[in-house]
Design a protein around this ligand. Structure first.
Ligand code: FAD
Ligand code: EPU
Length: 339
């Protein structure tokens, strides 16, 4: 039976540990419970906000209406042919546990995405990516329920319009669907992707000639732990800004002015800049003000050490202003801000 509670603190449900209350809150562990929750919200004419692990949200206000914590479980091998393993996963599974589970089963392809916080259902929202791999490269389809009509839809990768930290769910599909499951194409063959410089360095240090996917996962975890604060100790939402992608001409011009500019060449000819470098150059790295700040080892990770959402968003906008004034680049905020 679905339990709907009133005035629930969302502080334990967001990794920035911001203070916010849900007017109504429920946890759904099945598609039926989700339908029940949506019917209840519909009947009371209340808006619905979906929450996974709360690791990519800025809760800058209380959430009126119904907050639905997506907890639908399940990891299922749907088919295996030759090397391919097709795996369907419920939206409520923990992403990192999924990665470890697939590696232990001998289903490979997710190792570079180890230790990304949050739940499976949110992974398509920004097409999670790290260390040279994006979800879109392993993605086959997702199942979702249209919040307003209750209709079930299945979307493939082209429907999702994946891009760098981007998908249809940030544009025309924003707040329209509850993702209930995703289906991934993994492999029983080890095809490791070790091109990312930080991975290469770590792998060279280990000196192993042939790594296993589990070893790659361990290396990724170690690199991540050395760079990113654990939200349990230092509340944060990962990168607060996206890395800006600009034209090759613009990058060349900036390069002339700033010879140390960090750029990554993109397949479409454009250049991605390291937002961390831009922020560090404007002097914001390691700065703390009003209980919020930038992490001392990674300047685009904003941390909350007892501050407020207002202070956090003020800091973000001060950083954006500095980077715009020094480089003429506008930094886009990565997490979803509920103002
Ligand atoms: P939430 O924060 O709960 O939700 C995010 C958005 O998705 C919200 O708008 C919510 O309404 C919506 N949503 C959630 N679940 C569903 C659903 N089932 N259906 C429809 N909408 C839904 N991201 C990366 O890409 N790469 C990284 O390397 C990375 N590193 C991180 C490191 C740290 C320390 C932290 C704190 C975050 C990091 N992130 C990274 C960001 C974050 O982990 C991902 O964006 C993750 O996918 C968010 O999952 P979540 O369940 O916490 O989503
Ligand atoms: N840098 C600095 N100063 C800093 C931080 C970074 O100069 O304070 C420069 C360095 O040159 C460094 C480069 O920026 O080599 C890149 O930094 P890093 O390797 O830490 O990666 P990132 O580009 O900042 C991105 C993702 C991360 C993801 C890592 C690994 C974005 C916005 N962030 O970070 O994702 O884990 O690459 O692939 O694309 C997230 O989205 O929340 C997230 C953590």
């Amino acid at each position: 039976m679905l339990k709907i509670e009133q005035q629930v603190s969302l502080q334990p449900f967001n990794t920035l540990a911001l203070s916010s209350f849900a007017e109504n809150f429920c946890r759904v562990g099945s598609e039926n419970e989700l339908r029940e929750a949506l019917a209840w919200a519909h009947q009371h004419r209340l808006p619905v906000t979906l929450l996974g692990g709360g690791s990519n949200v800025v809760l800058a206000r209380d959430l009126s209406g119904l907050v639905v914590h997506m907890a639908i479980p399940g990891i299922e091998l749907m088919s295996e042919d030759q090397d391919r393993r097709v795996v369907r996963v419920g939206a409520g599974e923990n992403w990192h546990q999924l990665v470890l589970n697939t590696i232990s089963q001998g289903w490979f392809g997710l190792e570079n995405l180890s230790l990304i916080p949050g739940l499976v259902g949110a992974a398509p929202i920004q097409n999670i990516g790290a260390y040279g791999i994006e979800l879109s490269q392993r993605f086959l389809s997702l199942e979702a329920i249209h919040l307003a009509t209750g209709e079930q839809v299945v979307m493939d990768a082209s429907d999702c319009q994946f891009g760098y930290r981007d998908s249809v769910f940030k544009h025309s599909g924003r707040d329209l669907y509850a993702i209930t499951a995703i289906t991934l194409a993994l492999s029983s063959k080890m095809e490791l992707c070790l091109e990312y410089p930080a991975l290469q360095k770590a792998v060279e240090r280990i000196g192993a000639s042939e790594l296993t996917p589990k070893q790659v996962s361990d290396v990724v975890c170690a690199v991540r732990r050395s760079k990113l604060p654990d939200p349990k100790d230092t509340p944060n939402a990962g990168s607060f800004f996206k890395n800006p992608v600009i034209s090759a001409e613009r990058a060349e011009y900036l390069h002339q002015q700033h010879p140390d500019l960090v750029t990554y060449h993109q397949a479409d000819g454009r250049e991605k800049l390291a937002a961390g470098w831009l922020v560090e150059q404007t002097g914001w790295k390691g700065v703390m003000q009003q209980g919020v700040g930038t992490y001392q080892d990674q300047s685009i990770v904003l941390v909350n050490c007892g501050g407020t959402a207002t202070a956090l968003l003020e800091l973000a906008s001060d950083i954006q202003a500095s980077v715009a004034s020094k480089f003429g680049i506008s930094l886009e905020i990565e997490p979803r801000v509920y103002r």
